[in-house]
Design a protein around this ligand. Structure first.
Ligand code: PGA
Length: 257
């Protein structure tokens, strides 16, 4: 089933205080949110952990869902500095990113750990958005398809089919993240189609989002690509108007005529 999703990943931006309150209030009342919701698009924002509870409270009664940017693979215990899926859920989150390339890079997360985190997320009541993507070196070496299949199947081997069936994939080419250089429609379609085939061979059919320099300017073109079901937006999600413009592009693409 194709369910369009647009998620904003705030990363390590914003801090609790008046400027965050103003941004959240502008977002909560943004007309694009309601239009997107009426068009059947799921709208998600992923604030830093410390702001999840207050953002969730402010978004209560709106169509905006809250995601964590990461979770630990255990429910509780001696894991200093970590956050469980259960704690995220209790704070108002219903989604969580797992295996974002910045965590694979900075926290050395591998495919097996990503699979464990997806299991923990589902057990804790969250829908995992499992992120995959190749580096520029891997693309240049012509191994993009192998890398992506390896990431998907590596996590799937640990998480199992049922957890994957309850998840969403985000394809984020590492070279496109924060660079202003989004994948071309041909590059995106090629990998999205590959992801769909790899998942289909495991009996899984789930939404596949594109991420990496999505902006109000290129959103419409990306959304019109056959195998793209939405977006994971970083930088452009930090301004309510630019996130709203991306939601408008989604609404124009997927509105039921
Ligand atoms: P970007 O980030 O839109 O700023 O490129 C996307 C992401 O990393 O999720």
């Amino acid at each position: 089933m194709r369910r369009p999703i647009v998620a904003g990943n705030w990363k390590m931006n914003t801090e609790p205080g008046p400027s965050l309150d103003a941004m959240v209030s502008a977002l909560a009342h943004h007309p694009s949110i309601l239009r997107a919701h009426h068009a059947g698009i799921t709208v998600i924002v992923a604030p830093p952990f410390l702001s999840i509870a207050t953002v969730a409270q402010s978004m209560h009664g709106t169509a905006v869902h809250i995601a964590g940017q990461n979770c630990h693979h255990e429910e509780s215990g001696p894991y200093t500095g970590e956050v469980s899926a259960q704690a995220l859920f209790a704070s108002g989150a219903t989604w969580v990113l797992v295996g974002h390339s910045e965590r694979r890079r900075d926290a050395y997360e591998d495919d097996a750990l990503v699979g464990k985190k997806a299991v923990a997320a589902v057990r804790g009541g969250l829908t995992p958005i499992i992120c995959v993507g190749e580096t520029l070196e891997q693309r240049t070496a012509g191994i993009t398809h192998n890398v992506i299949a390896g990431q998907l199947l590596g996590a799937l081997a640990i998480a199992g089919r049922d957890v994957f069936a309850a998840s969403v994939i985000a394809y984020e080419p590492v070279w496109a993240i924060g660079t202003g250089l989004a994948a071309t429609p041909e590059q995106a379609q090629d990998v999205h189609n590959h992801i769909r085939n790899v998942l289909a061979s495991a009996g899984v059919s789930i939404p596949v989002l594109y991420g990496g320099s999505v902006t109000p300017e290129n959103a419409m073109e990306l959304f019109s690509i056959e195998d793209i079901d939405g977006a994971l937006v970083g930088g452009a999600s930090l301004k309510p108007d630019s996130f709203g413009a991306i939601l408008d592009a989604a609404e124009a693409t997927w509105r039921v005529a």
